[in-house]
Design a protein around this ligand. Structure first.
Ligand code: DC
Length: 244
């Protein structure tokens, strides 16, 4: 029997995690946000390996980071159908969303040893889970679970993704496929689109497991879809491909 994984990949702010969480709830599956693990490791490194002042960046070796993740430990804990990130026994679901983590996470995620460590955690989490798991990230369908029976690659225009990101932060504007409108001021929207584009560039051009759609992924452009519409589309595909 094939593994019961739905892989949802795509660029930053394409709605992967919100979609994956809602799809998992409707199917009564678990949800695993792989980005949360990369963020938790980044947070652990910032807090434990030293952070220098303005403009300067401490560089950490791959061995240092992986040893730290093992020792603290950084791990995923299964609570209420969700794999939640913990560092040294503390729930870091909120702390990993901070700007200081977001700024460094692409760099940490580009380290092959870190990716290997994260992939092992993900495979163990899925293996130890009886029902299915909806996993979202950048390389789930291409590298982590290449045998997943359903792979979805979510895209959306950079402007729409920037609008969603600002809306998430409570800056108004339309989210969920407004495809236009919204109250964000244009310079702020442009800045956010540039930040997202830079992260996409970093994630798509790295040597190891770059962000790209698997050859057998269903590509879903969500620019003009609401969250509910994109969830319904993925649930319909899941029912078709993974009956029972
Ligand atoms: O989805 P997110 O923004 O929380 O992801 C944080 C970072 O982690 C993102 O810049 C890319 C990286 N990431 C990755 O390289 N591979 C994954 N499977 C998930 C996330």
């Amino acid at each position: 029997m094939s593994i019961r994984v739905i892989a949802i990949d795509g660029p930053a702010a394409s709605g992967k995690s919100s979609t994956a969480a809602l799809v998992a709830r409707r199917l009564e599956w678990a949800h695993l946000d792989s980005g949360a693990l990369y963020r938790a490791i980044t947070l652990a490194a910032l807090d434990n390996l030293g952070e220098t002042g303005k403009g300067k960046r401490e560089t950490w070796s791959a061995q240092q980071i992986v040893a730290l993740a093992e020792d603290l430990p950084v791990r995923l804990v299964f609570v209420d159908d969700v794999f939640r990130p913990e560092v040294a026994g503390v729930d870091v679901a909120q702390a990993i969303r901070s700007e200081r983590v977001t700024q460094r996470v692409s760099e940490i995620a580009a380290i092959p040893e870190v990716r290997h460590w994260v992939n092992v955690q993900q495979r163990e989490a899925v293996q130890g889970h009886g029902r299915g798991v909806v996993v979202d990230g950048r390389d789930i369908g291409t590298v982590v679970f290449p045998d997943a029976p359903l792979k979805v690659f979510l895209t959306a225009s950079p402007e729409e993704r920037a609008r969603r990101r600002l809306a998430e932060r409570g800056r108004g504007g339309g989210s969920g496929g407004s495809g236009g409108g919204g109250a964000n001021d244009a310079p702020e929207l442009r800045r956010e689109a540039e930040v997202l584009a830079a992260r996409d560039r970093a994630d798509s051009t790295r040597a190891v497991a770059p962000l790209k759609a698997a050859a057998d992924a269903v590509v879903l452009d969500t620019t003009r879809l609401s969250l509910e519409q994109q969830v319904q589309a993925v649930v319909a595909l899941a029912r078709e491909r993974l009956p029972g």
